[in-house]
Design a protein around this ligand. Structure first.
Ligand code: AMP
Ligand code: MG
Length: 326
């Protein structure tokens, strides 16, 4: 069977996936760097990746040999992400591409989140809300590119949650815990609600939430307020984009898509616009499977890159990438 290999290494996760050309995921192996304290330090995360990579790659190649798979292409997360982490995945992908004499593809991490979500939910032409540790944007495919309708002007929604939770002493990622604490709260406190045009700013919420913490406001109340304000901002911008594009499918991808309160608010938004909400049941966090599947799409419809031009792009914007299958 013809398959492609995908390597993810943008931030905390080193992952390897194998996908068939029609999008069956055959393997998805990964190992996550969990900082003992603070956020993700790029050098520490890259050291983690280089430590675990050989074991994970070997496991993937054992499967390739066992199942007699024919690897026809390899792709890696080229950006956006942390430079030292991206370079680990890129270096391994270049080596495998040269050794096996197979084409090399540099994959945009955000597009991979979206394409695996589309594959899993079966949507065809969605408006996409991408909410993760690295991204917060509302985007849709128009004229061969993912156009950005709205995005964060500063930190991502995942960062807002994780940074606030770290101030309260909880290690990252802590989105699940924030959701759990929020569900126990009764009251709400006022936080900045900052939507500028169709863009959002979350850093004011972080500062205000930290001040409430210092004043002794219960963490449950702050978690709930943070969710209510930040998710209402996301819902407002999503609704405007739905009204503008008249799309009938809203796809939510990225780690924060797991949040029940966010899904509840978005369900209300789509119901007002005769649209439907789709949230993939798996592969929402960073993983190699999404890179493998997106590599398969580029292998079938696009052009590979040479080793010489395969440098990583830590600040790669989603709307710079031409989508050849659209
Ligand atoms: P990703 O960057 O796509 O791997 O997503 C990771 C981000 O998703 C982290 O910031 C997590 O804290 C966040 N996250 C995971 N589960 C939840 C949840 N239930 N509610 C809110 N955020 C979450
Ligand atoms: Mg991600």
């Amino acid at each position: 069977m013809k398959v492609v290999l995908g390597i993810e290494s943008t931030a905390h996760t080193f992952g390897v996936g194998i996908a068939s050309l029609d999008g069956s995921i055959l393997i998805d192996y990964s190992d996550q760097f969990l900082p003992k304290s603070g956020g993700i330090h790029p050098r520490e995360a890259s050291e983690h990746h280089s430590k675990v990579a050989s074991k994970i790659i070997a496991k993937a190649f054992n499967t390739i040999l066992d199942k007699e798979l024919n690897v026809v292409a390899i792709g890696f997360s080229r950006g956006p992400g942390l430079g030292p982490c991206l370079r680990i995945g890129a270096t391994i992908a270049r080596a495998i591409s040269s050794y096996l004499q197979i084409p090399l593809f540099g994959i945009h991490h955000g597009i991979a989140h979206i394409e695996i979500g589309k594959k899993l939910t079966g949507v065809s032409d969605p408006l996409v809300l991408l909410v993760s540790g690295g991204h917060t944007m509302i985007t849709a495919l128009e004229n061969r590119k993912y156009r950005v309708f709205g995005e964060t002007l500063d930190i991502s929604i995942g960062n807002l949650i994780d940074m606030f939770m770290r101030s309260a002493g909880y290690p990252s990622p802590a989105g699940h815990l924030c959701e759990k604490l929020a569900s126990r709260a009764t009251g709400l406190v006022e936080l900045p609600y900052v939507v500028k045009g169709t863009d959002m700013s979350f850093s004011g919420i972080l500062t205000a939430a930290r001040k409430y913490l210092e004043k002794g406001v219960p963490i449950e109340v702050i978690c709930k307020s943070l969710q209510e304000f930040a998710f209402a901002m996301l819902s407002e911008v999503t609704e405007r984009a739905l009204a503008h594009t008249k799309k009938k499918e809203l796809l939510v991808v990225g780690g924060v898509a797991a949040n029940k309160r966010l899904k509840e608010m978005l369900s209300y938004v789509v119901s007002e616009h005769d649209a439907k909400l789709y949230v993939p049941s798996k592969w929402n966090g960073d993983n190699g499977a999404m890179i493998a599947w997106t590599t398969a799409l580029f292998y079938l419809h696009g052009e590979p890159i040479s080793i010489e031009e395969s440098y990583v792009i830590p600040l790669w914007r989603i709307d710079e990438v031409e989508i050849p299958w659209s």
